[in-house]
Design a protein around this ligand. Sequence first.
Ligand SMILES: [Zn+2]
Length: 68
Amino acid sequence: MIKIHDKQWFIDRIGKRIYREKNVCNCEVCTTVHKEGLIITDEQHANYLYDCQELDLIYYENTNRKIC
Ligand SMILES: [Zn+2]
């Protein structure tokens, strides 16, 4: 089930690795991010990822539950 996180969730994870809930496209970049996750670099990045939930329907979570 998809969980939408609030902005604080991303801010709390600056410097940490999070994972995409699913792979959004099959390009090399997205496939790598899906497998390995990404690290939130700063507050601007956190805000961007937060916006991606609504704009691009990309959702994140703490662990990599499934690789498809
Ligand atoms: Zn892609």
